[in-house]
Design a protein around this ligand. Structure first.
Ligand code: MEV
Length: 304
C-alpha cells in the first residue's frame, strides 16, 4: 500500500514579502499532517475505477468525474505522466488531514506532497525531496499564480528553512525548540486573493515589503540560537508591517494583542492573513497555559 505523509508549515517571518524575493523563515509542524494512502477496494464496493476520497475537502469521486481544473486532478495527471502510467490505479486514494484548510498552514501544499509521496511509494520510485518540492510547486501555481515556493519547500523537506525566491534556501538547525502556540481565528481566507491584493498595491507596499525582508534577515541568527526575546520582538514588528500592507484583520489583531497581554513575547499572523492562523511565542512552556486560555476566551481555536 503506497503511503505519503506531509506536515503543515508555519511562517515565522516574511510572508508576502517572500513573493517579491525577500527572505522568509518557515518551520514544519509535524504535529499536524496530511496522509495519502492507496487502499484496495473492499468486496462490498461496487466501484472499480480509480477513486479519490478526501473528507477534508468534501471530495468523494471517481477520478474520471473530477474536473480537470482541480489542482489535485492536475497533480495526478502529472504523476501518471512522470511514472509512465497509461491507466490510473484501480484503487482508492484516501486523503486524511488534520491541517485546517485555507488558514495559512499550507494545507494545499501538504496535500500535494502527501499525494506525490503516496504515488512514488506505490510505484516504488525514488524521487528526492527537491524533486517532490518542484512538482508541488507546479501545483501551487494553479492555486495562486505567483507563489514564492516557501510552502512547498518547507513541507517537502520537512525542516526549518531560510528561503529566498530565485536564490534557493538553506535548512536551519535550531538550537532549541520554540514554545510556539498556533491558533486559528476560524476565518477561512483564500491565499490567491490576498496575494493578488498585495500585488495590486505594490507601489505603496514596496517599502514595507523591504522592511519585512530586513526583519527576516535579522531573525535568522535569533531563530538559530533560540534567542526568544529577539524572535518575539521581531515577530511583533513583522505583524505591524503585515498590518501596513493590509493583510491583517480585526480578529487577527485582537488575537495577537490578547496573546501579548497574557504573556506572549511576540505574536503575529502566519500565512496569507485576512483570517486563518496566528502564532504566539512564550518564553517558557508554563507561560503557554495562560496565553492559550486567553485565546480560547476570545474564540480562537488552539491548533498547537
Ligand atoms: C502563503 O502561505 C505565504 C505567502 O507568502 C504566499 C507565498 O509565499 O507564496 C502569502
Amino acid at each position: 500500500m503506497g503511503i505519503g505523509i506531509a506536515p503543515a508549515k508555519t511562517i515565522l517571518f516574511g510572508e508576502h514579502a517572500v513573493v517579491y524575493g525577500e527572505p522568509g523563515i518557515a518551520i514544519p509542524l509535524w504535529e499536524i499532517t496530511t496522509t495519502a494512502s492507496f487502499q484496495p477496494f473492499r468486496d462490498s464496493d461496487r466501484k472499480r475505477d480509480f477513486h479519490i476520497h478526501s473528507p477534508m475537502i468534501g471530495l468523494d469521486a471517481d477520478f474520471s468525474d473530477i474536473p480537470v481544473n482541480l489542482p489535485l486532478k492536475k497533480l495526478i495527471i502529472r504523476l501518471m505522466n512522470l511514472l509512465h502510467l497509461t491507466e490510473p490505479p484501480a484503487k482508492i486514494l484516501q486523503i486524511e488531514s488534520t491541517i485546517p484548510i485555507a488558514s495559512g498552514l499550507g494545507s494545499g501544499a501538504a496535500c500535494s506532497v502527501a499525494v506525490i509521496r503516496a504515488f512514488f511509494d506505490e510505484y516504488h520510485s525514488n524521487f528526492d525531496d527537491a524533486e517532490i518540492s518542484a512538482i508541488a510547486f507546479e501545483i501551487e501555481k494553479s492555486y495562486h499564480g505567483s507563489p514564492s515556493g516557501l510552502d512547498n519547500t518547507t513541507i517537502s523537506f520537512g525542516k526549518p528553512v531560510y528561503f529566498q525566491k530565485g536564490k534557493g534556501f538553506e535548512i536551519l538547525k535550531l538550537d532549541s525548540k520554540l514554545n510556539l502556540i498556533v491558533a486559528d481565528t476560524g476565518i477561512q481566507s483564500v491565499t490567491s486573493a490576498v496575494v493578488q491584493d498585495v500585488r495590486n498595491h505594490y507601489e505603496q507596499n514596496q517599502a514595507f515589503i523591504r522592511a519585512i525582508g530586513i526583519i527576516a534577515e535579522k531573525a535568522r541568527p535569533a531563530v538559530e540560537k533560540g534567542d526568544v526575546q529577539e524572535i518575539g520582538q521581531l515577530m511583533n514588528e513583522n505583524h505591524d508591517y503585515l498590518k501596513k500592507i493590509n493583510v491583517s484583520c480585526y480578529e487577527l489583531d485582537l488575537a495577537v494583542e490578547t496573546a501579548r497581554k497574557h504573556g506572549a513575547i511576540g505574536a503575529k499572523l502566519t500565512g496569507a492573513g485576512r483570517g486563518g492562523n496566528f502564532i504566539a511565542l512564550a518564553e517558557k512552556p508554563s507561560d503557554m497555559i495562560e496565553i492559550k486560555k486567553s485565546l480560547v476566551h476570545i474564540g480562537a481555536k488552539i491548533i498547537l
